[in-house]
Every structure is written in structure tokens, then in C-alpha cells.
Design a binder for this molecule. Sequence first.
Ligand SMILES: C[S@@+](CC[C@H](N)C(=O)[O-])C[C@H]1O[C@@H](n2cnc3c(N)ncnc32)[C@H](O)[C@@H]1O
Length: 132
Amino acid sequence: MEHIYNQPQFGENWFTYPNLYSRFVKELEDGSKIVEVGCWKGKSVSYLAVEIINSGKDIKIDAIDTWKGTPDEEYHQKDVFVKIDKLYNLFLSNISPVSQVINPIRMSSVEAAALYEDSSVDVVFIDAGSYL
Ligand SMILES: C[S@@+](CC[C@H](N)C(=O)[O-])C[C@H]1O[C@@H](n2cnc3c(N)ncnc32)[C@H](O)[C@@H]1O
């Protein structure tokens, strides 16, 4: 399938690491799990999901975010979707074409860390700036 992450509904372009995400998919095997912490409107995770789907590999993503924006980032807190607490709805809508490989987990990073046994995931990519 064609990539969707450049569509306007994904908003801000903070995704500067597509080559790294492509490499994860190239190197991981069937049954692998990738955790992305910090997903915002879904741009980077949608890129990763399309790469996974196109690879034909059985790789799943846990997408962790509070979907409240980083508390001390003024730009996040000014975002209209954050203000009306609809960032998560926008994320779900944006990832809907690739939702079969993404498991959204609406928690802080610290809370979510307790969900995982040691060595139970293959990649953890953190793009979240606050200790919550
Ligand atoms: C820079 S944005 C992520 C951008 C995204 N990876 C992309 O490329 O489009 C940071 C995100 O991290 C989330 N966040 C910040 N601190 C967090 C924490 N401690 N736990 C969970 N989410 C957090 C914010 O809600 C925000 O959506």
C-alpha cells in the first residue's frame, strides 16, 4: 500500500527518522513487537505500520501516549485537539487504514512500562519528552 503519513490530517512534521523505522522492519522477524512511546497524531507510527504491512511480516506495534500532549510544551497545549481532548480520536481516525498492526495504549510512559516483562519487546522507540 502507499504511505499515508504525509496526508494533511497527520499535522506537524516531527518525523525525521523514516530510514530508521524502515530498518527496524527489514531486520525484525515474524512475531516481533515494536513499542512507540509518543505518537501524537500518528504520523510516525503510520509510516511504520505501512512498512510492516508491505513487508508481509507478522510484526505488531504498541502505540503508547497519553494523547494529552506534553504538559510543558506550549505548542502541544495550544493544539485545538489537545484543548478539546480529541487528540486520541484524531489519532484513531488517522491510523484507521493500518489499525490491524497497531495496538493503541492510552497511558503515560511510566504506567505503560509496568505492562512489559523484561526482554518482551524487540524495539522501544521513545519520542516523548516528559516524565509521567
Ligand atoms: C513529539 S510528539 C510525538 C510525535 C510523533 N512520534 C510523530 O512523529 O508524529 C510527543 C508525544 O508524546 C506524548 N507524551 C509526552 N510525554 C509522555 C509520557 N511521559 N507518556 C506518554 N506520552 C507522552 C505527548 O502526548 C505527544 O503526543
